[in-house]
Design a protein around this ligand. Sequence first.
Ligand SMILES: [Mg+2]
Length: 253
Amino acid sequence: MPSDALLLDLDGTLLDIAPRPEAVVVPTGLPAALEAVRARLEGALALVSGRPIGELDRLLAPLRTAAAGVHGAELRRRPDGPVERLGTPSLLDPLRRLLAATPLPEGVTVEDKEVAIALHWRRAAEPPAALIAELEARVAASDGSLEAIFGKAVLELRPAGLDKGRAVAALLAEPPFAGRRPIFVGDDRTDEDAFRAVERAGGLAFPVGPTPPGGRPAVFAGPGAVRAWLASVAAGGALLPMGVIVPMEEAGG
Ligand SMILES: [Mg+2]
């Protein structure tokens, strides 16, 4: 276990999905469990989320970890390090103006994360099809400088070339992560890039259900199962959950 590293998505992985991003509930004991697991891993634990890093700090206080925020547009290589902003946020200004000038359907919200913009419709009766089509058309006309990524009832708009996989690769290049077997736990299609990044580094992908990304079989049925596993690891239990099959050459690593 000292030779492992753990990289964790937050929403839908550690936290149950809420009707609105600001309505999530952090279960009592989760920050302490993460801190205990991080200590067992000699610091090699990072959060890799669609949320800004400042929000991760606020939600999980007093815990601070190495982190990637906004799907790789923000990076903090060490818990006490600076937040690096990658990409060119001003590329999103035309989309900002469009969204500011468009009346939003009931239940649809815009979350401006500065380095990315998210359109949420979890509380709406149906996806805002006309607005989504307009945003996709703008992205298609951007000559590849912008991308639109669909998640669960969310469309994320961001400068192209940033994703969780690149953020994970950047974290794995440095201590305390470098040279360890990385394990990524995630539940959404934006986590697929991170799964591939850890697999390229000889690591393991642990998809979280009920609908894991990339058609992969779930290792965990949902966030409750992930939290139970972390509590067990925090108490000294095994890092590899029951039922995970590790290729022989990697076993015991
Ligand atoms: Mg998630």
